[in-house]
Design a protein around this ligand. Structure first.
Ligand SMILES: Cc1cc2nc3c(=O)[nH]c(=O)nc-3n(C[C@H](O)[C@H](O)[C@H](O)COP(=O)(O)OP(=O)(O)OC[C@H]3O[C@@H](n4cnc5c(N)ncnc54)[C@H](O)[C@@H]3O)c2cc1C
Length: 378
């Protein structure tokens, strides 16, 4: 039976195909990568297998539901593949959303083919949750034709930095305080004056800092309009927040499946673990919360695609609930596995490291609650 609360048969079949492709073709490439570094063969494979083209269909809007199903399905089989896909999306969506025809023609075919690696550079050492406090300075360039700027300052915690080929960079162009003085720029990774370094994180996520030492940008590099950069960033996050939830749902489903299998096989006190009521109730709780998280994610994505009102709150609810749920489910799965889950290389050891960051990035859980609460009084 197909109801508004379930995926249709076509979507389910697509998810199954995605999981097979990920397990057979992408996971081996991920295994060959170096933790914390961009895995170019993996990104190229996302292009070759048409996954990036599905994310960014030519002449059609990006569909939140497709993005969510891609992220959930890939995450179930290989978090590195999921993250590589998501970061191409996050870095390049501002170009699709607000870029000129020339900017789109320059970068989108390369991004979709997996030949150019994209990144989204908003966070700074003194501007994380409070992104509107960003300080990266765009000063008018006296040496240019009068329509250029030079970027100076720091970005940090930027996924795919410093190896990306193109960055969406948010900088302060005017005196206007807070979000009003921010402009989005498209900055090639090989720009003069741009450098950076990798950061060693708990998860294998490629991430780093960027230093801008008078990086030249012109009017043709502005995404949208000068002063409109914060809106570019927020519109990007509205699309991506439910999909962070989808990533979390994929991890929760992987952890739940591992826990169900293990509790069915592992014997203790004369029978399989699953026969202990405390264990079976724990599995039931994990399954129920995962299902609820998936439904919130699908509902938010469907609402986004239908252009319904209230997207900010729904996206925030989906991200908040799904990422908190995934943390709970992965932790419970570790507990049910006992010591073996903590052994380096075990699926749950990997998920335990992966599941933590999504509760912080693209708006920490507390920030999502603030968004939801604000909407309640709008
Ligand atoms: C793996 C990873 C990848 C990332 N990738 C990117 C990227 O590609 N591009 C990018 O621009 N950034 C990226 N980030 C940065 C991320 O967006 C920031 O870490 C996030 O916005 C939080 O900022 P912060 O870490 O400076 O924490 P802070 O802003 O210092 O907040 C710390 C904590 O304070 C609490 N807090 C903050 N504000 C509030 C509030 N209003 N109400 C209640 N409590 C609050 C929360 O508990 C929060 O976790 C990434 C981060 C990680 C971990």
């Amino acid at each position: 039976m197909v109801t508004p609360f379930a995926l249709d048969p076509q979507q389910r079949a697509w998810c199954a195909d995605l999981r097979t492709l990920t397990a057979e073709r992408l996971r081996p490439l991920a295994a060959g990568g170096e933790p914390g570094r961009v895995n170019r063969p993996l990104v190229a494979a996302l292009g070759e297998h048409g996954l990036l083209a599905r994310l960014f269909p030519a002449d059609e809007p990006v569909r939140a539901m497709d993005l969510c199903l891609l992220r959930e399905s890939l995450a179930r089989e290989c978090t590195e593949a999921e993250t590589a896909l998501a970061l191409q999306g996050l870095g390049a969506y501002p170009v699709v959303q607000s870029g000129s025809a020339r900017q789109r023609a320059r970068w989108m075919p390369e991004v979709v083919a997996g030949r150019a690696v994209a990144a989204f550079a908003l966070s700074e050492p003194a501007a994380g949750s409070d992104a509107a406090a960003l300080e990266l300075c765009a000063e008018p360039d006296p040496s240019g034709a009068g329509d250029g700027w030079r970027l100076s300052g720091e970005k940090t915690w930027i996924s795919n930095a410093p190896e990306a080929d193109v960055y969406t960079v948010f900088a302060r162009t005017g005196q206007a305080p807070g979000s009003r003085g921010v402009t989005a720029f498209l900055v090639p990774g090989d720009s003069a004056g741009l450098s950076g370094r990798s950061l060693d994180m708990l998860s294998p996520h490629p991430i780093g800092t960027l230093t801008f030492d008078g990086v030249p940008v012109g009017a043709g590099d502005v995404l949208g309009v000068p002063g409109g950069g914060f809106r570019v960033a927020m519109r990007t996050l509205d699309l991506f927040r439910p999909s962070v939830g989808a990533f979390a749902v994929g991890m929760a489903r992987a952890a739940l499946a591992a826990a169900v299998a293990h509790a069915g096989e592992r014997r203790a006190f004369g029978g399989p673990l699953k026969d202990l009521q405390a264990v079976s109730h724990q599995l039931a709780e994990m399954a129920t919360r995962t299902e609820a998280a998936a439904l919130l994610v699908y509902a938010a994505a469907a609402a986004y695609d239908a252009g319904e009102p209230g997207i900010a709150a729904r996206s925030a609810m989906a991200k908040l609930f799904a990422t908190e749920t995934a943390q709970y489910v992965v932790d419970a799965a570790v507990q049910l596995h006992g010591a073996r889950a903590l052994r380096r290389g075990h699926l749950l050891e990997h998920l335990y490291r992966e599941v933590r960051a999504p509760r912080i990035y693209e708006g920490a859980s507390e920030v999502q609650r603030t968004i939801i609460a604000k909407e309640l009084y709008r």
